[in-house]
Design a protein around this ligand. Structure first.
Ligand SMILES: Nc1ncnc2c1ncn2[C@@H]1O[C@H](COP(=O)(O)OP(=O)(O)O)[C@@H](O)[C@H]1O
Ligand SMILES: [Mg+2]
Length: 243
């Protein structure tokens, strides 16, 4: 087991080997993942690209311990979390402490304002409320949505909601961030701003980040890309264009 201090310094890498996921049984079974192999170093931001239905969301959900793979092997840092079955004893703690999710749909809590949506998890984790809200404000400002800090989610545009959801995923400084098409509803400038923040985050906190996308605006920013097609992954070098 790593201590918190080691975790902060070294970060958590991601390794996936031979991952498979079958939904359902018998005649109606769908083999969504057939052979997924992937490594992300601490501090690295990789792209995951593939056509609709190729298994991108399924892969993120397996890695985020939201659904159970059918076979294969996954590690976070030096902990094997899955080896033909879950090895991690507390999946809720794994999700809460290690994984920051940016979903395709933002899923903000409707009765909390924007600031408290972002500050909620850090407050639940024991951070003083004022400190959590201050950090939330900083993240919202960095994501160009600081002026909406006191608004209710229902009062925001789709793009604003998505930027709040990104701030929320970053608020706990999780060692792993899984983002499912985070820039889809954003214009070019804001999409690149989000990628800049994710890259800064990766560098500063050694966060390992996977970004599912088919957004042409951000694809050139990745140094390394995994393509997924029909449940199988292929690695490719990216342009790594500076942000
Ligand atoms: N809960 C589910 N039950 C059955 N099949 C599913 C389920 N979720 C996804 N699938 C199927 O698995 C395949 C991969 O889906 P998904 O991971 O959502 O792809 P992507 O995110 O790349 O569009 C698709 O054929 C999809 O229909
Ligand atoms: Mg998807």
């Amino acid at each position: 087991m790593r201590t918190e201090k080691q975790t902060e310094k070294e970060g958590f890498g991601i390794h996936i080997e031979g991952l498979r996921k079958r939904y359902g049984k018998g005649d109606t079974a769908v083999d969504a993942l057939k052979d997924v192999n992937m490594s992300v170093a601490p501090g690295e931001v990789v792209g995951l690209i593939g056509p609709s239905g190729s298994g991108k969301s399924t892969l993120l959900k397996c890695l985020g311990a939201i659904i159970e793979p059918t076979a294969g092997w996954m590690t976070l840092g030096d902990e094997t979390i899955f080896d033909g079955g879950w090895k991690s004893t507390d999946l809720r703690a794994l999700r809460r402490d290690r994984i920051g999710f940016v979903f395709q749909a933002p899923y903000l809590i409707p009765f909390l304002d924007v600031t408290d949506n972002v500050a909620l998890l850090p407050m639940l984790a024991g951070q003083p409320n004022a400190q959590a809200r201050q950090r939330a404000g900083e993240l919202l400002t960095a994501l160009d949505v600081g002026h909406r800090a006191r608004a209710q989610p229902s009062e925001l545009s789709g793009g604003e909601q998505q930027r709040v959801a990104i701030a929320r995923a970053l608020a706990n400084q999780p060692p792993v961030i899984l983002a499912d098409e985070p820039t889809a509803p954003l214009d070019s400038e804001r999409a690149l701003a989000v990628m800049r923040i994710l890259n800064d985050m990766a560098r500063q906190y050694n966060t390992a980040i996977i970004v599912v996308t088919h957004d042409e605006k951000i694809i050139p920013t990745f140094r390394r890309i995994y393509h997924i097609r029909d449940g199988r992954t292929y690695e490719e070098a990216g342009e790594g264009r500076a942000l």
